[in-house]
Write a protein that binds this ligand. Structure first.
Ligand SMILES: Cc1ncc(COP(=O)(O)O)c(C=O)c1O
Length: 481
């Protein structure tokens, strides 16, 4: 691997900023709504507020709340407002984190330590629907908690009876999503939480996506199933500020029904020569900017602002969904409660569709089980509906036509499938390594990904797939001249 030394002498600010602007040229154009899920944006005016609040606290460090009581005040007020929004009372305690992933990591670690302290459980298990976010599996790997996945029902919601059957003496917590990322549906939280209570278990609602949207969706009169602290048995909730609260990244919350539960999240070192060292979350030093920006925005928009935004987002999502369902061969999977959903097809290859859309500048995540394309409509998409639907209809029409490339893709996938069944495991792994550099073209992800997704779907061994993805990650995270 080539190395890179520091420039001998520093460059000018103008040169540096110019080359950074240049580096952005190939980035996705989120400003016109062509990206789904990665960026939540309201307006330039709101961005100005977020940036001003963020930079006002650019240097402050949330590691030591006694040095920066301002950050502590902001964080506590954000948690109190979120708790109020999510049916909590004055006993609810929480922590601001760097995102949904850290919130889920903390919820799992807390459940593990609580169960160890209260029930002496040393081989903990958590039961979750197959659609729950993989950050929970990451938490399982990090904290040595076994994750038991339960296939979802035909409507993509958690299966309560199958969950009941999976409970063992080692079960410490059940999980449901509000809504799930892949299909945007809210799990039957009331039933799952009752089941948890019946067995003396904790229950976590992952409302990373819906925490700052569903309460407003309900206030606007749409049907929203119960999912928050109003439900008896819900003991913790994750809710992302950097998603539908439109705050600056990275910002999320993990909330617990009581501060007693939250104590199991905290880390305290009392024997370090450097002094007593307490820390609430994963990070040591914590940036003040995201806390300040979130506090500023919640106060700037208020309930009326969020209601107005949610109203527009729900109307926009309906335009998208109706338009998708009207295109021959395409449909919205499931019956989503808010503005997150998936596009599927019984007649065409949705990965080819994603490639065609990518050529038109649209970035949609490709999903598996079943194959579908993910859409997260937020405020930034309010102006993008007509263009998206026109491009989608054209892309669908193109994909429906027979073509040489598609035949080649199908042939490649079939051949790979056959080969992986007859060759020894080691040879398959070597082949996959080769395939990853071929498909990735040596410089990250390929522009047309349908062959890769076809190949992935046909792999008999998920271990090979993991190796393939690790190769790709390795490649992306490597310096190139
Ligand atoms: C339901 C759900 N939970 C957790 C996360 C993880 O959030 P983050 O990417 O902020 O770590 C996501 C991200 O999309 C999500 O959809």
């Amino acid at each position: 691997m080539p190395t890179l030394s520091l420039p001998k002498s520093g460059k000018t600010k103008a040169d540096i900023l110019t080359s950074m602007r240049h580096a952005r040229d190939k980035d996705a154009q989120w400003q016109n709504g062509k990206v789904f899920g990665l960026v939540y944006h309201i307006s330039e005016e709101i961005d100005d507020l977020l940036k001003e609040a963020y930079t006002m606290f650019f240097s402050e460090n949330g590691l030591n709340p006694t040095a920066f009581p301002s950050l502590s005040k902001f964080e506590n007020e954000i948690i109190a407002m979120a708790s109020n929004l999510l049916g909590g009372d004055d006993k609810v305690a929480g922590t601001m984190t760097s995102g949904g992933t850290e919130s889920l990591l903390m919820a799992v670690k807390t459940a593990r330590d609580y169960a160890r302290a209260k029930r002496g459980i040393t081989n903990p298990e958590i039961i979750l629907p197959s659609t729950a976010h993989p950050a929970l599996d990451k938490a399982g790997e990090y904290f040595n908690v076994r994750m038991i996945h339960i296939p979802v029902r035909d409507d993509f919601r958690a299966d309560v009876e199958a969950t009941r059957r999976a409970i063992t003496p080692n079960t410490i917590m059940l999980v449901g999503s509000a809504p799930s990322y892949p299909h945007g549906v809210v799990d039957p939280i009331r039933e799952l939480a009752a089941l948890a209570q019946e067995h003396g278990l904790l229950f976590h609602t992952d409302a990373c996506v819906g925490g700052f949207m569903l309460p407003f969706v309900r206030k606007l009169g749409y049907p929203v199933p119960d999912f928050d602290f109003n439900v008896p048995g819900v003991t913790s909730i994750s809710a992302d500020l950097h998603k539908y609260a439109y705050a600056a990244k990275p910002a999320s919350l993990v909330l617990y029904r009581t501060s007693e539960l939250r104590r199991h999240q905290m880390f305290v070192s009392t024997d370090w020569p450097g002094g007593i060292y307490p820390s609430a979350g994963m990070a040591g030093s914590r940036p003040g900017g995201p806390v300040a920006a979130a506090w500023a925005l919640l106060n700037y928009l208020g309930e009326d602002g969020y209601l107005e935004i949610t109203d527009i987002v729900m109307r926009t999502a309906k335009i998208f969904q109706d338009g998708i369902n009207a295109i021959p061969g395409l449909k919205v999977l499931s019956n989503p409660e808010m503005s997150v959903f998936a596009i599927a097809s019984d007649s065409m290859d949705v990965y080819e569709l994603a490639d065609e859309l990518a050529l038109r500048g649209w970035h949609l995540d490709r999903q598996i089980f079943p194959p579908s394309l993910h859409v997260t409509v937020n405020y930034v998409h309010a102006q993008a509906g007509a263009e998206f639907l026109t491009d989608l209809a054209n892309a669908a029409e193109r994909v429906s036509r027979p073509g040489l490339r598609k035949t080649a893709t199908k042939f490649l996938v079939k051949a790979a499938n056959l080969l992986t069944r007859v060759l020894p495991e080691e040879t398959v792994s070597n082949l996959m390594n080769k395939a990853s550099s071929l498909l990735g073209g040596g410089s990250g992800l390929p522009s047309r990904m349908a062959p890769m997704y076809g190949l992935i779907g046909s792999l008999p061994n998920r271990g090979d797939l993991k190796e393939l993805v690790l190769d790709l990650l390795d490649n992306i995270n490597t310096y190139k001249e």
